[in-house]
Design a protein around this ligand. Sequence first.
Ligand SMILES: *Cc1c(COP(=O)(O)O)cnc(C)c1O
Length: 455
Amino acid sequence: MKYLSTRDNSLKKSFNEILYQGLSKDGGLYLPVEWPTINIDNLENKSYEEVALEIIFPFVKENFTRSDLQKILKESYTNFRHEKKAPVKELQTNKYILELIYGPTYAFKDYALQFLGKLFSNSLNVNPKKLTVLGATSGDTGSAAIHAFKTNQDINVFILHPHGKVSPIQQKQMTTIDEENIFNIAIEGNFDDCQNIVKTLFVDDEIQNKTSLTAINSINWARLIAQVVYYFWSHLQIKNKDINFIVPSGNFGNIFSAYVAKQMGLPIKRLHVATNKNDILKSILTHGQMSKKIVSQTYSPSMDIQISSNFERQMFESFDRDSHQVKNAFDEFHKTGNYLFSSQVINNFKKIYDASSIDDDETLDTISKVFEKYNYLSDPHTATGLKLLMDKNDDETWVSLACAHPAKFNLAVEKAINKTTDIPKELSNLFDKREKLTILPNNAKEVKNYLLQNI
Ligand SMILES: *Cc1c(COP(=O)(O)O)cnc(C)c1O
């Protein structure tokens, strides 16, 4: 399989060439030149890892043997806390929850980042070099990445988070990992400041000359293919012919993986995007209006995003894979802060997607209602989807994704149900452990010096 860029569809890169890179040099994102197809009948009675092997192999076969991939997958999912890895729970007839909360850090990011960690290790064994992972996090990505790379001494990991602005459990999950290759930097600023510093360092020649910098944010293609697996996996557990998904969304990575599953042959009819108050995706998908807005803080911080970076992949698809149109759209958007999609493209979005925005009150209300009615405790991200699931009354099969364990966001959950909740031992134990973090000012030069001293 070769890879093109959303801003240059004549590109033909190998999987190995795009593995460590987030962005293509032209500013676009990578996509395969064509969609492989999967015969679902061949997936029956297979384990999660065996299904993953069938789904992922076509994307990587130029650079990885089947047995290498098999080994990587086995290592990726061994320490997940559920034998099914991603179990489906039935709430009532035709309404299901796909639980993605059984990885080491209790959020769905583990399903992709554990895989990425093992994939990098395997690749570095073949072509040894030292890598430096650099990323900014508002919480879940950072901890999932630290847990994925913590034992690999060929990879140094620098994760920036906004000082004092991630949940206490999220902070402890990152800072209590006592490994020499892990560096937590708390920036005296907000998440955007962290992301800006990361962007500055990625184009810094001195750093590039001294180390291989690698991005692990959600635009990395290898992360998306690992996420395709659980859409097939949920269909195999439910067995109804057609299926529909509700996906709490921020950067559009998780739901785009569902789109990929559909292109590969999974009988998905509709995909319903759930957003919080930050509703740019709703505005694009229903009115074709892409405009810059200010990010509001909500109870679902991992969805507090107004520019969904993976949406560029859907634009490329809906523009009939015409990379000139993608480039022109972004040129206009960056110049004016606005872009209006044509009615033809809007109709193309609407063929697959619905989108709704759920505010903080509705989120807490849903956590409480679902808990009363089904004795099911959900985190605020998951609850944005469950609100839509509860409202469905169309005889279709709907699956809503559980994106994080409620204990990670216990303050909001306890506010919703008005009582204290149980926290898993692995999480409550974190509060007894020593933290390792460096607090730095909101200043790219200081972060650069720190990085150069420590690689
Ligand atoms: C990352 C994240 C999301 C948003 O997923 P995207 O792939 O960015 O759309 C939603 N919920 C939780 C808990 C997350 O960690």
